[in-house]
Design a protein around this ligand. Structure first.
Ligand SMILES: CC(C)(COP(=O)(O)OP(=O)(O)OC[C@H]1O[C@@H](n2cnc3c(N)ncnc32)[C@H](O)[C@@H]1OP(=O)(O)O)[C@@H](O)C(=O)NCCC(=O)NCCS
Length: 169
């Protein structure tokens, strides 16, 4: 296992690296919102988003860094409305060359700790039904299936369903 990476909260100055990362990792599976080079948000926009997350009391973006490059990213995005403020949406990706080294597990542990600190009670996510690696990781980390979102993705000319999961903290 590779132990030379560090995990920390992303800051606005990480924006350019984040864009490079998202455009690369998007091409490494069909399981993310953006495909290869489909993340076309300008640097300023990403900077603003990272600044907002950093200021926020119920959102956080964590990155794993090795050799000054982002190798993984996990995000918890809280809601503004009072009635759903106990919930937060989760997403994660790890660069393919680093899969199966425990980085995803470690990022989720950190996110769960952060969520508890932020008094979030439910972490929620959707995962494409054929993404068995992610599904097994989420189950291991305490997520349970609560439903199926039909036609969640349209990718490569096909609709794909997603499992909706939640983790009650
Ligand atoms: C899903 C993802 C985040 C996992 O990250 P990771 O760093 O490889 O995760 P870990 O190494 O901590 O754990 C992977 C687990 O999947 C298991 N696994 C690996 N291949 C598998 C497979 N084909 N089927 C089922 N489980 C599998 C491993 O055994 C490991 O479980 P273990 O800790 O019990 O041994 C990473 O593969 C990724 O970024 N995928 C592309 C983007 C993505 O799918 N994101 C999630 C969108 S919802």
């Amino acid at each position: 296992m590779n132990n030379t990476y560090t995990i920390r909260e992303a800051i606005p100055d990480d924006a350019e690296k984040m864009i490079l990362y998202l455009n690369q990792v998007g091409g490494e599976s069909d399981n993310l919102l953006y495909g290869e080079n489909e993340f076309i948000v300008p640097v300023e926009g990403v900077k603003r988003k990272l600044a907002m997350s950093k200021e926020s009391e119920n959102s956080i973006v964590l990155i794993a860094i090795e050799n000054e490059q982002i190798i993984a990213r996990a995000e918890l995005e809280g809601y503004y409305a009072a009635r759903i403020r106990h919930r937060a949406k989760f997403s994660i990706s790890v660069k393919k060359e680093y899969w199966n080294q425990g980085i995803g597990t470690e990022m989720i542990k950190r996110i769960i700790d952060q969520a508890k600190t932020m008094k979030i009670r439910i972490i929620e996510l959707e995962v494409i039904t054929d993404n068995l690696r992610a599904i097994s990781l989420y189950h291991k980390m305490g997520f349970t299936d609560i439903g199926i979102y039909k036609k969640y993705f349209f990718v490569n000319g096909l609709f794909k369903d997603a499992v909706i999961m939640q983790n009650n903290l």
